[in-house]
Write a protein that binds this ligand. Structure first.
Ligand SMILES: Nc1ncnc2c1ncn2[C@@H]1O[C@H](COP(=O)(O)OP(=O)(O)OP(=O)(O)O)[C@@H](O)[C@H]1O
Ligand SMILES: [Mg+2]
Length: 246
């Protein structure tokens, strides 16, 4: 989807969410986000702004104390991870996102534990995007490079045919070439029809490829707009892009 306007069918809606880890301390303070069907949404902002916490709030990993998260109109606030996966929410955390002692194939099977009969069909879909994994299914995930692990993590999440994929800093810790590759892969996943919500440190690169972006600051959505508009917004550039990414 290339449209910069916020139109279409909402897949994920985050409305006025307040959430935190410790009693009485909220990290998200009235945060809002909408991802429409087919969109690639980017979330940027300073360290500690609550970007990862926002993904965790969608994926039931932090206490949501106010507000609501919906998936295709259904309230999913605070559901458990396995319930969210079966409803079509895929989450790729930044670290520890593969099982290193298992082979690539076993990792992919773990991704599909709720629908094992669909394995062949889903494997065809993910190897259509990550063709290089096809010949290496028997290799242990622990022996892969960071970039290759990231591919396995994305593939594993895609096995469940998610309605939305949440990605926390897919380019983090990768060499510049591998970072580029990670962004290209996320674009390809999105072009294959998967709605994506991506948190990124590499703010410029993220805004260049996303349909719409959100700038998070102190647990709130401070700015939102098309990737291009945010890149060209002097306030966003001055406050958030000067120090973020290149
Ligand atoms: N498990 C936790 N328990 C308590 N506080 C936490 C926990 N995880 C995160 N926090 C706090 O929540 C705040 C926001 O953290 P979060 O990880 O969401 O930020 P972020 O925007 O993803 O930052 P970064 O760019 O560094 O990844 C930080 O002050 C952090 O210390
Ligand atoms: Mg984070």
């Amino acid at each position: 989807m290339t449209s910069a306007t916020a139109t279409g069918t909402p897949v994920v809606v985050v409305e006025d969410v307040h959430a935190g880890y410790l009693p009485g301390v909220n990290i998200l303070n009235g945060c809002n986000l909408v991802a429409h069907k087919g969109e690639l949404i980017g979330i940027i902002g300073p360290n500690g702004a609550g970007k990862s916490t926002l993904l965790k709030a969608i994926f039931g990993q932090v206490n949501v104390r106010g507000g609501v998260v919906t998936l295709e109109g259904d309230d999913i606030t605070g559901l458990k991870a396995n319930q969210l996966v079966s409803r079509g929410v895929g989450f790729i955390p930044q670290t520890n996102n593969v099982f290193p002692s298992l082979t690539i194939e076993e990792n992919l099977q773990m991704g599909l534990y709720q629908r094992p009969s669909a394995y062949a069909e889903r494997l065809e879909f993910v190897t259509g995007i990550f063709g290089e994994l096809k010949k290496r299914l028997k290799q242990r995930a622990g022996s892969l490079s960071g970039g290759e692990r990231q591919m396995v993590a994305m593939s594993r999440a895609l096995m469940m045919d998610p309605k939305v994929l949440l990605l926390d800093e897919p380019s983090a810790g990768l060499s510049p070439v591998r970072q580029d590759e990670a962004f290209i892969r996320v674009s390809e996943i999105n072009k294959a029809g998967v709605t994506c919500i991506m948190v990124e440190q590499n703010a410029r690169r993220c805004l260049q490829i996303c349909d719409r972006g959100y700038v998070l600051d102190q647990g709130r959505d401070a700015y939102t707009g098309s990737g291009r508009d945010l890149l060209n917004d002097p306030k966003v550039t001055e406050l958030y892009l000067g120090t973020l990414g290149t």
